[in-house]
Design a protein around this ligand. Structure first.
Ligand code: FAD
Length: 380
């Protein structure tokens, strides 16, 4: 009998658990340790901001999972020993023949003085609800979408949020009275994907009359104003922000990531320097030749989970192939009013990622809605 212990029941955790369950004999155990009682489908969160989804439409309870051969332990992991392949959670110690770490990135607004006191964190369900309810009441003024630090997950998301806010205001005939702006601590949108993608997103933002201020880093937030490093003061009536991201402290304490950094892995097998301990998804830092890291995105967490599940199953059973992660991923870009763009490419292509941008249209929005439906129906 074997046991695989998976830390985190997000995108990487759920995909690897189901892929392993399919591949391992019935008496092998697949254990997922997750601190939350619900799984959230993060791409739909942007639709809460835009007003077309409610919180209960973007979450499902782990207790309602159809596959009962996956043991979900509802507890917070507070220690990992990668040498012994043990994980401590809820006062219990779980040891695995293999351990897969997929705890994502933690959001830490406290790294920007004053930010944590603001309600509009675009990357939490509560924050997205707060942004939408205040947007619904806003008749005039200034909405500021803030990217506080890099790296952050889903590089398209803040730009999508701004365009969804724009679309909502247009639908309500209030756009002329409300300015929408993006202030971002990065020189261009989705820079790793290359100039084609960056320019397509920047043009979509520009075409909607959204003012874009790149390479602007916020120093503090106080009394309805952003104070930027360059000295500018940016007043707002509604702030929708992306918090600084950090690796969960438990992986740093385990010696798997340096302080202020991310877990280092073999970029194709996702194995850490400890045999049979793998890390996937947002918790990893995978450097690319162009000098920037692989973006933190569900599309990569998903494919990495499939590859790791195949590797682990082969090592435990002696059967199966040799699947690796080759850096391929894709992304919808929501633009408001049921229109979306789409890009797909190979991010391990050298010297630069090779990414193709498809023409935006209603069909890409429909494809994202279909993907959301598929995400839920496959497991719940
Ligand atoms: C608004 C938004 C929109 C997005 N849209 C897209 C998109 O369109 N396309 C795309 O590809 N990506 C998108 N993403 C990014 C995508 O959601 C993430 O990249 C993906 O979820 C990463 O998967 P993961 O498994 O690494 O982490 P997560 O999915 O974040 O899962 C981590 C899990 O680990 C749990 N956890 C953390 N620490 C512990 C602990 N100590 N003990 C127990 N459990 C723990 C967490 O509760 C969480 O459930 C979006 C993200 C956001 C926020």
């Amino acid at each position: 009998m074997h046991r695989v212990v998976i830390v985190g029941g997000g995108v990487g955790g759920m995909v690897s658990a189901h892929e392993l369950r399919r591949r391992l004999p019935a008496d092998d155990q697949v254990v997922v340790i997750e601190q939350s009682s619900v799984h959230t489908f993060w791409p739909s969160l942007l639709w809460i901001t835009g007003g077309t989804r409610k919180a209960d439409q973007v979450t499902r309870r782990f207790s309602d999972l159809r596959e009962k051969g996956i043991q979900v332990v509802h507890a917070r992991v507070d220690a990992i020993d990668p040498e012994a392949r043990t994980v401590r959670a809820g006062g219990q110690t779980f040891s695995g023949d293999a351990v897969i770490l997929s705890p994502g990135a933690d959001l830490d607004p406290s790294l920007v003085p004053g930010l944590a006191a603001e309600a509009g964190d675009l990357y939490t369900v509560k924050g997205a609800e707060s942004v939408h309810s205040r947007l619904a009441a806003l008749t005039k003024g200034r909405v500021v979408v803030l990217v506080s630090r890099v790296p952050f997950k889903c590089p398209a998301a803040p730009y999508e949020a701004a365009m969804l806010i724009d679309g909502y205001l247009r639908q309500k005939h209030r756009r002329d009275a409300v300015q929408v702006e993006i202030w971002a601590a990065e020189p261009m949108p989705m820079g790793v994907a290359g100039p084609g993608v960056s320019e397509a997103v920047a043009a979509a933002v520009r075409d909607r009359g959204i003012a874009y201020h790149p390479s602007e880093t916020v120093e503090k937030v106080n009394d309805g104003k952003l104070y930027m490093k360059g000295g500018q003061e940016v007043p707002y009536d509604l702030l929708a922000y992306v918090s600084p991201h950090v690796a969960p402290p438990v992986v740093v304490a385990a010696g798997l990531a340096p302080a202020g950094g991310w877990v280092q892995v073999n970029r194709e097998t996702l194995e850490t320097s400890f045999p049979n301990v793998f890390a996937i998804g947002d918790v990893t830092g995978i450097g690319l030749l162009l000098g920037k890291p692989l973006p933190k995105a569900g599309t990569f967490a998903h494919r990495q989970a499939e590859a790791v599940a195949e590797t682990v199953a082969r090592r435990l059973t002696g059967r199966g192939g040799d699947q690796k992660f080759y850096g391929v991923g894709e992304c919808f870009v929501e633009m408001g009013r049921s229109v979306a763009g789409f890009a797909r490419g190979n991010f391990y292509h050298e010297p630069l990622p090779d990414v193709h941008v498809y023409k935006a249209g209603k069909h890409w929005h429909a494809a994202k809605v279909a993907f959301e439906r598929h995400w839920w129906s496959q497991w719940w």
